[in-house]
Design a protein around this ligand. Structure first.
Ligand code: ZN
Length: 311
């Protein structure tokens, strides 16, 4: 009999579900997806979560045991209350997502954490940070998210939102951010913001894919924009490392693939910290995860619960 976790990943455009084994494999035929998005009502979002969870549960093999439910959600969250307030799902503010799953699956523990923390757990379990105890996982995509493992255990913080690297302010930048900050990493270096900045320098495209093609073709505006975003990411990582002494930063998300040279640009400002060996020692590497990462990370809340202190 295999012991499985029900993993859920709630994002701004979809909610995904799957049954994940203790070896980190998604059982074939148990992965489902339902739409979310800012145009949906609260009831419609709840119905999507409900359908995704029940579809996966209905696929539970007769000889398998359900150990628990792990939920990774776009932040902010309320880790003690079990609530979510995803920035891009405005009808959900303080929505009791954990309680919804507890009502669907009443007999097993349900653990909710931020999606960035789940990605970091997945990197630590099955990705680029295996065997490393001081890790920041990062996603650079339409937004910039992250999470922390310090001393081999996840760090949730007082409210569950530790690791929000996208809203660390970066020296030398003052791009306004919807959160109220200025020069937040997300406002500089997300895919859409990098494209928008390139357009101010004459780039004519509108997507990250077009920016990647322009970079590869040697277009100056694209090169300047990617360098600028890499500089900001590198400065944010140097600051984060100065604060919490990271060993490795694993970066995934669509925009992290814009060019492999992005990682060289990220490493440059880190190398400038000449008097701090421990900052320059941080390794910045591409994510070792496939598209399964968010679900594996949510499942790790169950299968690797010893790394997840209770909130
Ligand atoms: Zn911000």
């Amino acid at each position: 009999m295999s012991a499985v976790a029900l993993a859920l990943d709630l994002g701004g455009t979809k909610v995904e579900s799957g049954l994940v084994t203790a070896d980190g494999e998604i059982l074939p035929g148990t992965r489902f997806r339902q739409p979310t998005g800012p145009s949906r009502s609260s009831d419609e979002l709840a119905a999507s979560v409900d359908a995704a969870a029940r579809d996966a549960l209905a696929a539970l093999p007769p000889d398998a045991e359900l150990l628990g439910v792990g939920i990774g959600a776009a932040g902010p969250i309320g880790v003690r209350e079990g609530t979510v307030s995803p920035l891009n799902l405005a009808v959900w503010r303080g929505y009791p997502l954990r309680a919804q799953l507890e009502s669907i699956v009443p007999d097993v523990p349900v653990t909710l954490r931020m999606d960035g923390l789940c990605i970091t757990l997945a990197e630590h379990w099955r990705g680029a940070a295996r065997g490393v105890d001081n890790v920041m996982g990062m996603i650079v995509s339409t937004g910039v998210g992250g999470g922390l493992i310090l001393g081999g255990r996840t760090v949730a913080g007082a409210s569950g939102n530790a690791g929000h690297i996208g809203h660390v302010e970066v020296a030398g930048f003052d791009d306004p951010c919807p959160c109220g900050g200025h020069g937040c990493l997300e406002a500089i270096a997300s895919g859409p913001h990098t494209v928008a900045w390139a357009r101010t320098r004459g780039f004519r495209g509108t997507t990250g894919e077009e920016l990647a093609a322009a970079y590869a073709a040697g277009e100056e505006a694209a090169i300047l924009a990617v360098r600028r975003s890499g500089l900001a990411i590198g400065r944010a990582i140097a600051s984060a490392t100065s604060l919490v002494d990271l060993e490795i930063v694993a970066i995934g998300g669509g925009f992290s693939h814009v060019t492999p040279e992005l990682f060289d640009f990220i490493r440059e400002p880190i190398a400038e910290r000449v008097e701090f060996d421990y900052i320059r020692a941080v390794r910045v590497v591409p994510s070792g995860l496939s598209g399964d990462g968010p679900l594996l990370g949510a499942a790790a809340l169950v299968h690797r619960s010893e790394l997840v202190p209770s909130a």
